[in-house]
Design a protein around this ligand. Structure first.
Ligand code: NAP
Length: 296
């Protein structure tokens, strides 16, 4: 079996690393804030002192970090992953970044004689804990074949999107849709509630129609219950919409609707709690309209 180094024990990384530990992979973990590694140490998982040490000697090295800045610091920094990566290893970045960051990592890994896959994920906290993620992979078929068993442990579906960076680009397209859907839900619920509609009736209408989907049902009920427990933060959704805007800018693709959805998340980030779940984007509109969307 492959020896695995895992970096980043946030909401997603914690569940993913636990899934790998439970599957019996020899595992070394690292997290910037060391407290989050304690529960792993208690299970007998090795805890590294640096990203370099987490990478050292391992066959597969997985990163699950917040954003491109975090990935750059952990990969290229002093005592970074690239210093520890061994010849023949496979580096997998599961963080949601931009395609250029993925491409740069692939070349840097190549210079160490290692291979690289971008493999951002869809699915949230629970899917990470249950090994039921959807992986969007960029990179060559051979490299994917080499680590398929490890990736299957983490996921229910593996989508090979194309060459390096295409997994990342697919993930940005995916979150563009998630961003728009949450903004549509928030606007309709606030507009309805302000005019005197029972917001539950709005959800009922949507969910009885061809628009019905699990996402509106899940997040719609969270909003009505005022349950903003974080699965995916407002801060990270704003980051992803921003990454999509920049990637599209580089390709001369206008995204006029995404631009305003991104700004709505920017408002929610500054007016309310940036660490709350992204469905709390509704608070941005509640703040300016003076209405609260809740069960009546
Ligand atoms: P999170 O809970 O905020 O965790 C972020 C992780 O990145 C933590 O381990 C954090 O370390 C680390 N980190 C941040 N800045 C760093 C830096 N400068 N140097 C070193 N480490 C740094 O985020 P998450 O929800 O797990 O998301 C992780 C990635 O998955 C993000 O790219 C996100 O967009 C993506 N994603 C999330 C979800 C979701 O539902 N949550 C779903 C799909 C994809 P500390 O503990 O020290 O802060």
């Amino acid at each position: 079996v492959e020896k695995i180094g895992f970096l980043g024990l946030g909401i997603m990384g914690r569940g993913m690393a636990m899934t790998l530990a439970k599957a019996g992979y020899p595992l070394t973990v690292w997290n910037r804030t060391p407290e989050k590694a304690k529960e792993f140490a208690a299970l007998g998982v090795e805890v590294a002192d640096s990203p370099e040490q987490a990478a050292e000697g391992n066959d597969v090295v997985i990163m699950m970090l917040a954003d491109p800045t975090a990935v750059r610091e952990v990969a290229y920094g002093p005592n970074g992953v690239l210093e520890g990566l061994r010849d023949g290893a496979v580096l997998i970045d599961c963080s949601t970044v931009d395609p250029a960051t993925s491409q740069n990592l692939a070349s840097a890994a190549g210079q160490k004689g290692a291979r690289f896959l971008d493999s951002p994920v869809a699915g949230s906290r629970k899917a990470a804990e249950d090994g039921q993620l959807i992986l969007m992979v960029g990179g060559d078929e051979n490299t994917l074949g080499k680590v398929r068993a490890v990736l299957e442990t983490l996921s229910k579906t593996i989508i090979h999107a194309g060459g390096t960076g295409m997994g990342t680009y697919l993930k940005l397209c995916f979150n563009l849709i998630v961003g728009h859907m949450s903004a549509a839900l928030a606007e309709a619920l606030v507009a309805g509630a302000k005019a005197g509609l029972d917001p539950a009736v709005i959800l009922e209408a949507v969910n009885s129609s061809v628009l019905a989907n699990k996402f509106y049902e899940w997040k719609g009920n969270c909003i009505l219950d005022r349950d903003f427990t974080t699965n995916f933060s407002v801060r990270l959704m704003h980051k992803d919409l921003n990454l999509m805007m920049s990637a599209a800018y580089g390709l001369n693709i206008p995204l006029p609707v995404t631009a305003s959805v991104k700004e709505l998340f920017g408002i929610a980030k500054s007016c309310c709690d940036p660490e709350a779940d992204f469905c709390s984007v509704v608070r941005a509109l509640e703040t300016v309209t003076g209405v609260e969307v809740k069960r009546v």
